[in-house]
Design a protein around this ligand. Structure first.
Ligand code: ASP
Length: 286
């Protein structure tokens, strides 16, 4: 098992997506060749184009009704990310261009949109009926007299648990080991309900993703907690100390009942784990 492409459909995603994700992983691994970055970007792009997932088409709305997306790619010593980007079809492809074509690590908001347009990424509305309905429910909850706004927006998820906000999940991510080299990619519409301008863990190296000489890691779940615990860098640092499957389990356990999940690949292993359901797909080849 020299090469592996492992992808996920988000912490909380239904395991019934496993077959689809296995197919996406296999499609990407058949189509692409050589560079691990191309494998992770291609598989994340397939998931962005699948409206079942909260990334690209199907990204959830902010409280104000807008859609802002975060995406990132990483290889050892190279990072490219976009945050709060709007009206593009494939944020992960813009993130890759940030890495390959600019001296920057991350471009955000208006600047990210302008950068994308300059490269020929067309205006695109990622709204779907599903996300429109999630948003309407959220607004209804906020307008309900019996519901008070939480003091700290970062505590939304606790609030959501108590009051039953429709929480959107299903961010997507991919890690790959190809010819002994690693890459990671991630894309999300964010963790609903959230304010306009909120940026989660996904585009933040060390938090939402990490790739180095020892492996690659991608996180999913409640971004604020993932950032506080530097989830991916911490897992990466532990690679080699014990089996990868134990490392990811141990890290997830640190989150208690806060929704999180992770996929990881090392020199000779791969592993995934979540404290909820999390659909994954994998393809290995010699
Ligand atoms: N981690 C993402 C965020 O907080 C959401 C997710 O993975 O479902 O933006």
């Amino acid at each position: 098992m020299a090469n592996v492409l492992l992808i996920h459909g988000g912490a909380g995603s239904d395991n019934s997506f496993t077959e689809t994700l296995n197919r996406y992983a296999e499609n990407s691994s058949r189509k692409v060749s050589g560079n691990p970055l191309d494998f992770v970007v291609d598989s994340v792009r397939l998931m962005e184009d699948d409206s079942s997932f909260n990334a690209g088409t199907g990204s959830v709305k902010r409280i104000d009704g807008s859609i802002q997306m975060d995406a990132a790619v990483m290889t050892p010593n190279q990072i490219g990310a976009v945050s709060a980007i709007e009206r593009v079809k494939n944020p992960v492809m813009v993130a890759r261009e940030v890495m390959l074509q600019t001296p920057h690590v991350m471009i955000t908001g208006d600047g990210a949109i302008k950068f994308a347009r300059a490269l020929g990424f067309e205006d695109y509305d990622p709204t779907t009926e599903r996300t429109e309905n999630i948003w309407k429910k959220t607004v209804d909850y906020f307008n309900g007299k019996e519901v008070e706004l939480p003091e700290r927006y970062s505590n939304y998820y606790k609030y959501a648990k108590i009051f039953g906000f429709p929480q959107a999940k299903d961010t997507v991510g991919a890690v790959a080991r190809v010819d002994g080299k690693f890459a990671a990619a991630v894309s999300t519409g964010g963790s609903s309900p959230m304010m306009r301008g909120r940026v989660g863990d996904s585009p933040l190296p060390g938090a939402g993703l990490y790739a180095g000489e020892k492996g690659a890691v991608v996180a999913t779940g409640i971004g604020e907690e993932i950032i506080r615990k530097m989830m991916c860098y911490d897992i990466y640092n532990r690679i080699g100390t014990k089996p990868l499957s134990e490392i990811v389990k141990e890290k997830v356990a640190e989150f208690g009942d806060v929704l999180v999940g992770v996929i990881a690949v090392s020199k000779d292993e791969y592993a995934s784990y979540s404290n909820s359901s999390m659909a994954t797909g994998v393809c290995t080849w010699p």
